[in-house]
Design a protein around this ligand. Structure first.
Ligand SMILES: [Zn+2]
Length: 164
């Protein structure tokens, strides 16, 4: 399965900006995302005339930043951030609360994962709200796919070890 996440690399300018702390490119994120997830009152206090970008670097504490140096850091938002927190109970899918632990548990128990199908069906039914639940502000399927692949790899290796 090809990775859908990182195909658009060309656009410079408006939709990307490098994070002032780690230097990696961040993607533009909607106002509604930042407002829904930042701690109450934070954005009102700081303001953001030119909008925010999402920093996806694992080691960077900046979650949202904009061109004038305003930032929202990991301790200042309501949810743990999938890309920055490797904990087992961090959601990969924020809308339907599939965590690394729940995804791995299904795969360990049944040898397969129904999570991607489950999410796709619910998205089709209009039940997702990535803009206000997922800190990255966009659909989680890329992240969920990563977790599923990693857990399936783990299972394959675990089986390989027992038969060799
Ligand atoms: Zn950063």
């Amino acid at each position: 399965m090809p990775d859908p996440g990182e195909s658009k690399t060309a656009a410079s300018g408006d939709n990307k900006l490098s994070c002032f702390l780690c230097g990696k490119n961040g993607k533009r994120v909607g106002r509604e995302t930042v407002h829904a997830l930042a701690n109450p009152g934070l954005i009102e206090k700081r303001g953001s005339p030119s909008g925010f970008f999402f920093c996806a670097s694992a080691d960077c504490e900046v979650v949202y930043f904009n061109g004038d140096g305003t930032a929202v850091r990991t301790g200042e938002i309501r949810s743990p951030v999938f890309q920055k927190d490797a904990g087992p109970d961090v959601p990969a899918c924020y809308c339907f609360n599939h965590t690394r632990r729940s995804i791995a548990a299904e795969i360990a128990g049944t040898g397969k994962s129904t999570v991607l199908e489950d999410i796709k069906q619910k998205v089709k039914a209009g039940l997702c709200a990535c803009e206000t639940r997922n800190p990255q502000g966009t659909c989680c399927l890329g992240n969920v796919g990563q977790v599923v692949r990693a857990a399936l790899d783990w299972l394959r290796k675990a089986k390989g070890v027992t038969t060799s």
